[in-house]
Design a protein around this ligand. Structure first.
Ligand SMILES: Nc1ncnc2c1ncn2[C@@H]1O[C@H](COP(=O)(O)OP(=O)(O)OP(=O)(O)O)[C@@H](O)[C@H]1O
Ligand SMILES: [Mg+2]
Length: 172
């Protein structure tokens, strides 16, 4: 399933919606080039999951993982600087990816094994302000999420993704 956003606020609105939908443990992979918008989605998703507004969501570039308490525990990974798979073992990656809370993983390309259920979110930069977002699901929980996003897009199409008046009202 694919859609396009034409401003950061629209990508954030998607992230926030996805975060608000999360009810059960799930792993979400955020894939895309440098500057695509993975962290924009991650920050919005954290708010949708009710990480309090006064808690800053920073990129775990050097720590590899930041943990937040919200409706579900959130484990935010950024694997860009991952040197080898042993580091993953050290931070207990398997425990998170296999269903403790919400595992949100930027740069999943660094993983040599994706043998777990997940929602894959691919972000592609089309121009300075436009992004194409493509979702694919593996497993029941991810499929449920994908379906709710599809329904939300149908509802939102006439408001968020057209006309700046409503767009601004919905921008988190
Ligand atoms: N439609 C859009 N959606 C998301 N981000 C957008 C959009 N238009 C412009 N941007 C800008 O693109 C940048 C995305 O940065 P972000 O840090 O989210 O990228 P990233 O994928 O996490 O990159 P990195 O791998 O370097 O961490 C931000 O500066 C944001 O303002
Ligand atoms: Mg990032």
């Amino acid at each position: 399933m694919k859609f396009e956003t034409s401003a950061e606020g629209e990508t954030s609105a998607f992230g926030r919606f996805l975060g608000a939908q999360l009810q059960r443990p799930v792993t979400i992979l955020l894939q895309g080039d440098l500057g695509a918008g993975k962290s924009v989605i991650a920050r919005a998703l954290a708010r949708g999951l009710d990480v309090p507004e006064n808690v800053p969501i920073t990129s775990p570039t050097f720590t590899l993982m930041n943990q937040y308490s919200a409706r579900l525990e959130l484990y935010h990974f950024d694997l860009y600087r991952l040197a080898d798979a042993e580091e993953l073992t050290e931070i207990g990656f398997d425990d998170y990816a296999y269903g403790k809370g919400v595992a949100l993983i930027e740069w999943p390309e660094r993983l040599d094994n994706r043998d777990f259920d997940h929602l894959l979110v691919q972000v592609e930069r089309l121009s300075a302000e436009c992004r194409r977002i493509e979702l694919s699901a593996r497993g029941e929980e991810a499929r449920t999420l994908l379906k709710s996003v599809a329904q939300w897009l149908t509802r939102a199409e006439k408001s968020i993704f057209s006309g700046s008046a409503t767009k601004n009202a919905l921008t988190p």
